[in-house]
Write a protein that binds this ligand. Structure first.
Ligand SMILES: Cc1ncc(COP(=O)(O)O)c(C=O)c1O
Length: 331
């Protein structure tokens, strides 16, 4: 049986919505490949279509369906002031007839730009908190859930980034698309390079890898944490996703497949680096692809450094997963 078929059979019974326009394109990066004499490809999850696209639509396909099936009438979540996750949750909730309450990190800007402008356009209700501390934002979001319950609502709480087992299914599905591409074209990848933050994207890909038996590595370029902490976070979601799909998987085996590189993080989340800036410029000028300064630019900086350091061989096919986020360029 083809690997993609085997994988698909494990999650096809789980219902989802169709916000995402799938499969997303996967194409060669001609100029960058020529520049380094390597075989580089890009999967365009910046083109998932819904609400300007990006990786979160795949997660929301599953999460919003779950919320609707369980009879929830509203959504509460949190994120950074310019959160892609919050923008897409705002749109997905609104389209599905649910009020969306967003707890955003940082003061209300004088003029709403980029994602905040789009949150408001979708009718999301925003509470601005003057902190960047994740545990304080989470606490405030959970308090808001309790407040809404007292008012008679049934709110669905979503952890930041939609990174739980249900959300990660979106990336088990994306992994299935990558396998299908390889089976159709004969182009097999040895490495998938992706930005990793709240962890669900990389975790879904790794769960797909473990279930299908794909022999390659999914390398998460960390955008917010040191390697050890991020690997632990990813591993937890991998295990939860396998459990949701009734797949037996030993933690020590999943751990071997969980690889995070924090060398391109710089001073931290949302703090730009010179290499990230250069990568954004390179992708724009060589490929006409726009990246962002928080996620994909840092992942691309990692890819470019691997190329410069000879960590990618001529015989390899390497896939860069573009997870979206370029609305950030309009902040
Ligand atoms: C554009 C973009 N890329 C990558 C990520 C990281 O994905 P994850 O949070 O699933 O690790 C995010 C998360 O917000 C994102 O907005």
């Amino acid at each position: 049986m083809k690997k993609s078929k085997k994988l698909f059979s494990t999650f096809k019974h789980i219902p989802r919505l169709n916000f995402s326009i799938l499969p997303t394109p996967l194409h060669n990066l001609d100029n960058l490949s020529n520049k380094w004499d390597r075989n580089l490809y890009c999967k365009r999850d910046d083109m998932t279509g819904f609400a300007f696209g990006g990786n979160k639509t795949r997660k929301l396909d599953y999460l919003i369906k779950d919320a609707l099936n369980k009879g929830y009438d509203s959504i509460v979540t949190f994120g950074s002031n310019q959160s892609n996750w919050c923008r897409m949750t705002g749109a997905a909730g609104s389209v599905s007839g649910m009020d969306v309450h967003l707890i955003l990190a940082g003061l209300k800007p004088e003029k709403p730009t980029a994602n905040i402008k789009l949150d408001l356009l979708c009718g999301a209700r925003i509470i601005h908190l003057d902190t960047e501390e994740e545990h304080l934002l989470e606490e405030a979001a959970l308090e808001h859930v309790e407040k809404l319950k007292k008012e008679g609502y049934k709110p669905y709480y979503l952890a930041v980034g939609g990174s739980n087992a249900i959300g990660a299914l979106g990336y088990v599905n994306a992994f299935c698309e990558i396998l299908e591409f390889s089976e159709k074209t004969g182009i097999c990848f040895s490495k998938i390079i992706v930005a990793t933050g709240s962890s669900g994207t990389q975790a879904g890909l790794i769960a797909g890898q473990l279930i299908s038996g794909w022999e390659g590595s999914v390398i998460g370029m960390s955008v917010s944490r040191k390697r050890e902490e991020q690997e632990e976070k990813v591993l937890q979601v991998v295990m939860d996703t396998c459990q949701l799909l009734n797949i037996q998987c030993k933690t020590d085996i999943a751990k071997k497949f969980t690889t995070v590189d924090d060398n391109y993080l710089g001073e931290g989340y949302r703090i730009n680096t010179k290499d990230c800036e250069k990568a954004i410029e390179l992708f724009a000028r060589e490929e006409g692809i726009f990246l962002d300064e928080v996620y994909t630019g840092k992942a691309a900086a990692g890819l470019i450094d691997y190329l410069n350091k000879g960590k990618i061989r001529k015989s390899e096919n390497v896939l860069f997963l573009h997870t979206g986020g370029n609305i950030q360029l309009f902040e």
